[in-house]
Design a protein around this ligand. Structure first.
Ligand SMILES: Nc1ncnc2c1ncn2[C@@H]1O[C@H](COP(=O)(O)OP(=O)(O)OP(=O)(O)O)[C@@H](O)[C@H]1O
Ligand SMILES: [Mg+2]
Length: 227
């Protein structure tokens, strides 16, 4: 088995719905390995977004522990974990509309605790180039880029912070099939060539088919799908 980077251990979570408790995650455990591309499938309402919110410390589980490199993220500090260890890519690209692509990428380098040596802007251009955004596009306000290009900028932001764990909730949900394929291909490259761990929630079987491990959220637990 490869190195475990991220672990969900005995996670439970429920919502109070009309005065009644509804269990969404039920003693869920899973270990994610470094350098692998995971997808999570499951019907609408099964708790995928809830699970991601807990994984990226935007919400706290009722029970259970989230571990990054064997450390409980509660001990690490939730803010520190969010700022330095993970990147999140959403369906809505989560970019700052009034900035250019390169400014969006640069802005992420400002907030992390790690010191970046060299000219941040030049590094940002390089990262953008790596995901297929050339300088002339990087200098455009992001609202003047296509959906696929904006998602590439969002992925470049994730790379700018140089984190090893990238989480996504339907990041290609707004893209056409061909663009989706490109963006997923890019994420796959990041996993296999840059040793990043990618965990994507998706409704698309095509996307899931491209991942190394296909997971299904069912009855509050994660199951590996046969490929
Ligand atoms: N704040 C809340 N209070 C009560 N119930 C909630 C709350 N947030 C989510 N839920 C319910 O919890 C269940 C799981 O929601 P969640 O958003 O995690 O599902 P999902 O698997 O991401 O669905 P989708 O595929 O539609 O995005 C749903 O039935 C939802 O209505
Ligand atoms: Mg959801």
């Amino acid at each position: 088995m490869n190195e475990i980077i991220f672990e969900l251990s005995n996670i439970s979570y429920s919502y109070i719905d009309g005065g009644k408790k509804r269990v969404i995650l039920d003693d869920l455990s899973y270990k994610f390995e470094r350098g692998k591309f995971y997808t999570i499938l499951g019907p609408s309402g099964s708790g995928k977004s809830t699970l991601l919110a807990i994984a990226c410390a935007l919400d706290k589980p009722e029970k259970g522990i989230v571990k990054y490199e064997e450390e409980d993220i509660k001990n690490m500090g939730f803010t520190k974990f969010r700022r330095n260890k993970i990147a999140i890519v959403f369906q809505k690209y989560n970019l700052m509309d009034y900035l250019t692509g390169v400014e969006n990428v640069e802005s992420d380098m400002m907030i992390i605790d790690k010191k970046i040596n060299g000219d941040k802007k030049q590094i940002a251009y390089k990262i953008l180039e790596k995901v297929g955004i050339v300088k002339s596009k990087a200098d455009r306000r992001v609202t003047n880029l296509s959906g696929g290009e904006q998602q590439r900028v969002a992925i470049a932001r994730a790379l700018a912070t140089d984190v090893d764990l990238i989480l996504g909730d339907e990041p290609t949900g707004a893209l056409d099939t061909a663009t989706e394929k490109e963006v997923i291909g890019l994420l796959k490259t990041l996993a296999h060539e840059y040793n990043k761990t990618i965990i994507l929630v998706t409704h698309s079987d095509d996307v899931a088919q491209q991942s190394d491990v296909k997971l299904r959220l069912k009855n509050g637990k994660l199951f590996e799908d046969e490929n």
